[in-house]
Design a protein. Sequence first.
Length: 161
Amino acid sequence: MTLTNFPNGISVGSLTVDGVDIRPQWQIATKTITFAGGTTNGIGDFDGTGNPATVFTVTGAVMAVVWGVCSVDLAGATATVEVGVTGNTAAIIAQTTATDIDNGDVWRDATPAVGAEALNDPIFIADGKDVILTVATANVTAGVVRFYCVWYPISADGAVA
């Protein structure tokens, strides 16, 4: 059977179009983080109870690609930030100097890119480990990043919210 709503006629048994793998179960979750590290326990407060901050809640096992798009420059003289899971806090996005993340940047690795960035291979997230944002050195006092997570369930209960 051929699906007619996709270009080049994808067959149900195929899951590829021009060599690109198509997985209809991939889903997307988004969350906007506003940094307020100058406020006690706000997101971005290095010593506060809100560090790390949960970006996405994960259940079960999933494959995921996570990135952020900055809409307000991050501020914090010597602050660094990273995205990962508990016990591996830079597993998803490497530690980055906060002031290097500016309006219009795509943050996917230690070097944010202006306007566009290659999205690397998906990462496997096991055992319902939440995706967390860790402020690693000093307060991030301002800035806004919208995070995206494109994910695919691996276990029967795999989900991202």
